[in-house]
Design a protein. Structure first.
Length: 148
């Protein structure tokens, strides 16, 4: 599949940047003919992925970097959030609803990401980091809009 458009943004692992990542992903997604509800769900999914990077991947260390990339391929949006944090030891376990390594957290981040995207791919190596890739297809007739 050939890419129509793509972005890549790096930002500090600060909680204040969760909302920045949400807005950036939402703005990029508006190039396709998603519903407002679809865009809101994508923004929540990105928020969850970035929050996981900050809290779990970097254990709240603000001196680290998170990368958000987005790409439009045909009528599909591909979003990726990547960190170079501690990684995930057991991805299958981490994907279970209500599982969290932090007892103060509800453990629903991956459940939201799965629910709000068509596919979720979690790639992680302990000590190397985690990459979360979410895809969302638009209606068949949708095409990227010019000038937005």
């Amino acid at each position: 599949m050939e890419s129509v458009n793509r972005i890549k943004i790096e930002f500090s692992s600060l909680p204040a940047n969760v909302s920045f990542a949400r807005v950036a992903a939402g703005a990029f997604a508006t190039q396709l003919d998603f519903t407002l509800n679809d865009i809101e769900e994508l923004k929540v999914a990105v928020s969850e992925a970035v929050t996981n990077s900050i809290i779990h991947g970097y254990q709240n260390d603000p001196g680290k970097t998170i990368e958000l990339s987005a790409e439009i391929r045909c009528e599909t949006l591909v979003l990726a959030v990547e960190d170079r944090g501690i990684g995930i030891d057991d991805i299958e376990k981490a994907l279970q609803p209500a599982y969290s390594t932090d007892p103060e957290r509800m453990g629903l981040g991956f459940a939201f990401m799965q629910s709000f995207s068509d596919s979720l791919d979690v790639q992680s190596l302990p000590g190397k980091g985690t990459r979360v890739i979410m895809t969302k297809a638009c209606r068949k007739e949708a095409t990227p809009r010019q000038g937005h």
